[in-house]
Design a protein around this ligand. Structure first.
Ligand code: ZN
Length: 324
């Protein structure tokens, strides 16, 4: 089964769509075209990676374009063979004059619902607060997410530059609002920062899932803590290689997490940048990273249990897993 629990809408824009939206807006094409502007062709660092992701931000500022990008992201995931998708995005980045936070979330939900209707693949949104934004703006993002809880918004996340903004107390109010609305809580942590950042995300923000968490592997005591507390780590191997969080694919810590008993789920993070959709990430688990069939089955079961999906969707996916 292919359950995508860590992927960004901003990292799923089709180059053909970017070209079309740019032409319509009168935006000049990048020197070597949109494919080149969006896609990374080799591993680098987080800064280079995020620069590629942000190349498409100008296209998120209108309801029609945002709905289209979201619908196409759902269609592309379904075409990749995915069975369930949690699509995260940071709405505050896309606010414009007369296109406020509620409008941004509404446009993404319109596209999401269209994509789900067209493909039959269940999907939901995870709204992300951003580290670069202040407490007040992130609280407003949480309130906008809360207003659509149960209507396609399933979870809340914190994304952005972990090294420049390591202090999580600034985000506590936003996460308290999200928890009160019943949203599932995940947090990018220990991706670029140290292992204990994952513990901070659990203790200060109420995260039950950790995005990436690659550096948890640096600290045996944090490895034990994650296993003992059942903290779910969302692994994204190619992304971690491309951002330099891991020096090579076969050095990715997923096998060490597995051996330590840490529950794992899978994501493809930003496939428009890496060129590696979830189906390819799943092959990396069983290829370069040596996961057995039983390890994959355990990951599927963890994914269904840890997803922020509605209980009816969870029930359906559990039944499909049992039938495999
Ligand atoms: Zn991510």
């Amino acid at each position: 089964m292919l359950i995508n629990l860590h992927t960004h809408l901003e990292g799923r824009v089709r180059p053909t769509t970017a070209a079309e939206l740019a032409a319509r807006a009168g935006t000049p094409a990048p020197p070597r075209g949109w494919q080149e502007a969006i896609r990374l062709d080799a591993p680098g660092d987080l800064t280079a990676y995020l620069a590629k992701v942000s190349s498409t931000y100008p296209f998120f500022g209108s309801a029609d374009a945002l709905a289209r990008i979201t619908r196409e992201a759902v269609e592309d995931a379904a075409a990749d063979g995915q069975d369930y998708l949690e699509l995260r995005f940071g709405p505050a980045t896309h606010v414009r004059d007369r296109f406020g936070l509620d409008d941004v979330v509404a446009a993404a939900l319109d596209g999401l619902h269209d994509g789900v209707r067209a493909t039959g693949m269940p999907a939901g949104l995870v709204v992300a607060a951003l580290r670069v934004h202040d407490a007040e703006l992130n609280a407003a993002v949480a309130r906008a997410a809360a207003r659509r809880a149960g209507d396609g918004v399933l979870g809340f996340d914190l994304a952005g530059d972990e090294l420049r903004y390591p202090d999580l107390t600034a985000y506590a109010e936003a996460f308290a609002l999200a928890r009160a609305a019943g949203l599932g809580i995940t947090c990018h942590a220990a991706e670029a920062g140290p292992a204990h950042a994952a513990q901070d995300a659990v203790r200060l923000l109420g995260a039950t899932r950790i995005g990436h968490g690659a550096h948890i592997a640096d600290a045996p005591d944090v490895m034990r803590w994650a296993a003992d507390h059942g903290i779910v780590v969302e692994v994204c191997p190619t992304s971690n290689w491309y951002t330099g969080a891991t020096p090579a694919l076969h050095h990715h810590p997923a096998p060490r997490f597995l051996a330590a008993g840490i529950p794992l789920v899978l994501g493809d993070d930003n496939p428009a940048q890496t060129g590696s959709p979830l189906s390819a990430e799943a092959e990396i688990l069983t290829g370069a990273l040596g996961f057995t069939t039983a390890d994959r089955a355990a990951l599927d079961a963890t994914s269904v249990a840890a997803a922020f999906m509605d209980d009816s969707v969870r029930h359906d996916l559990r039944a499909r897993l049992a039938a495999v």
